[in-house]
Design a protein around this ligand. Structure first.
Ligand code: NAG
Ligand code: NAG
Ligand code: NAG
Ligand code: NAG
Ligand code: NAG
Ligand code: NAG
Length: 454
């Protein structure tokens, strides 16, 4: 077997593994607080190319819902804090919203979660008392439509919902939130919905860099932090914060509620004082986060427990107020080029990466990017459309009918032509050959088996 084939083989095994066996998933937050983002249709294409299967949005924008129709992507949609008042006041408001804004697009657009309010404890107006009544109305509306088993209802929280997060075993909810938290937790337990938390090791480091080391925040630490009460060893702050939430839940006897991370990430740029906001650190954090999640190790207090996460965020958002870092959490610039390389599929965790890296420009070896034999036709066609469209900018004239590279006339040959052209035009970097997992890099001249590579 050639290396190329071995790689395809290994990659397909790994992809199978990701699809069928790994319980934890990785999604992305698609915030739209910007005036320069691509249209939702383009975004849906980009998301599929990156092989991203889970997307969180913050509202129920109709253009966005339409764009993800038949994409296979599962959406978490949101009800904003501003809408909590009407949603909590009258059942009919929620029924109307569901009927007019959601049901017309469902199930072509897959929706699996509705978040009712976001980080309400951070909200200046005290909207927290509206959350549970609004959640109940949403659940009732879903029940009437027969969808309460398919769409889960919850609400997101910042870590500020805890009064204590260190050591993890001392994790406790701030008792001043008890009035709304207790009924909220009862709701979650009763409906098997997750407790949703936004976790930001970046802030923990930025705001107390004398206590938290950068390595510990970036999953790079070689030493452990010991929880003196339990003896558990923590290698990173992410796990410590998640466990603090688990202990807070356990203290109130909510032992069945699972935790879900609805935002986490690292900014690539910040104000002069935010020295840790760099592309390198952002890449390190998110790469390690993806590996950690896919590995399914769980946390020290909850080993092997699945933990789904959403990375914040898809794009840099130029309208966000606050420090410079606020506008630089994106994996992509609005023009859809990536801010730094990040392999969303986590394939970089496998030995295959070393294999591929060694085969490339590092050593002047020539490499090609071709369509993977395991890719589905629809994914491949989407990827060709992207590469040959305004995003990829490849000149695909040669694979048009009667042009020199039209024959052999099949999808895999045309895809390989488009992928390889894009790859060579973009510096033959690994990320230029991702195409949502439909492409692979090979170091044997593939024209032996794909004759359209000229
Ligand atoms: C608990 O929440 C109250 C109200 O938001 C806040 O004033 C207080 O500082 C919080 N306590 C802790 C320990 O975070
Ligand atoms: C949790 O359950 C235990 C045992 O059933 C009980 O003793 C304790 O009071 C409960 N704690 C809370 C906060 O309800
Ligand atoms: C993956 O899991 C193994 C054992 O379950 C553990 O030793 C290893 O550190 C984990 N790797 C990451 C990146 O979490
Ligand atoms: C995309 O935008 C970024 C940031 O503005 C810029 O640095 C980069 O050159 C742009 N890339 C393309 C292909 O336009
Ligand atoms: C890749 O390169 C590294 C360092 O140059 C080397 O140690 C490793 O054996 C190489 N792997 C393969 C598969 O060639
Ligand atoms: C490139 O690879 C060859 C063998 O494959 C090795 O002898 C040579 O030292 C490598 N060059 C660099 C710059 O790594």
């Amino acid at each position: 077997m050639t290396r190329g084939f071995m790689f395809i083989f290994a990659a397909s095994l790994l992809i199978m593994h990701l699809d069928c066996c790994s319980a934890s998933f990785i999604g992305i937050c698609y915030g739209r607080n910007a005036d320069d983002l691509p249209t939702p249709d383009k975004v849906a294409q980009l998301v599929q190319l990156q092989q991203i299967k889970y997307v969180r949005i913050y509202d129920s924008n109709i253009q966005v819902l339409k764009a993800f129709a038949n994409s296979g992507v599962e959406l978490m949609i949101g009800i904003s804090n501003l809408d909590l008042l009407p949603f909590s006041q009258f059942q009919s408001n929620v029924d109307t919203w569901l009927r007019n804004s959601i049901l017309p697009y469902y199930p072509a657009t897959k929706i699996t979660y509705i978040t009712v309010g976001a980080e309400v404890t951070e909200s200046p107006n005290s909207v927290s008392s509206l959350v549970v009544p609004a959640m109940n109305n949403v659940l009732t509306a879903l029940k009437k439509a027969g969808l309460h088993k398919k769409i889960k209802v919850s609400s997101t929280h910042s870590l500020g919902v805890l009064s204590r997060s260190f050591p993890p075993s001392a994790g406790a909810f701030n008792s001043s939130h008890a009035h709304f938290l207790k009924p909220l937790l009862e709701f979650l337990a009763e409906n098997q919905s997750p407790f949703m938390i936004d976790i930001y090791p970046y802030y923990a480091y930025r705001d107390s860099s004398n206590k938290v080391s950068l390595d510990y925040a970036l999953f790079e630490s070689s030493s452990e932090v010991i929880d003196p009460n339990t003896g558990l060893l923590y290698m990173n702050i992410f796990d410590a914060q998640i466990d603090a939430v688990y202990y807070a839940l356990m203290t109130l006897n909510f032992t069945t509620i699972k935790v879900m991370v609805t935002e986490t990430g690292w900014p690539s740029k910040g104000s002069p004082k935010e020295t840790a906001a760099t592309p390198d650190n952002a890449q390190t954090y998110n790469t390690n986060l993806i590996r950690h999640t896919i590995n399914n190790t769980g946390t020290p207090a909850k080993p092997d427990q699945e933990l789904d996460i959403y990375i914040f965020s898809l794009f840099n958002e130029n309208r966000k107020p606050g420090l410079e870092s606020e506008r630089n959490w994106g994996l992509f610039y609005p023009n859809q080029t990536s801010v730094y390389n990040l392999d969303f599929t986590g394939r970089g965790t496998a030995d295959t990466t070393t294999e591929v890296n060694n085969g490339t420009r590092t050593n002047g070896t020539i490499t090609w990017c071709i369509a993977s034999s395991t890719a589905s036709q629809i994914d491949m066609q989407n990827a060709i459309d992207w590469a040959c469209g305004s995003s990829g900018n490849v000149d695909c004239t040669a694979i048009q009918p009667s042009q020199p590279c039209f024959e052999p006339d099949n999808l895999i040959s045309h895809a390989s032509y488009a992928f390889n052209s894009y790859y060579q035009q973009n510096g033959a970097s690994d990320v230029a050959c991702s195409f949502g997992g439909t492409a692979v890099i090979v170091d044997k001249d593939p024209s032996m088996f794909i004759t359209t590579l000229h």
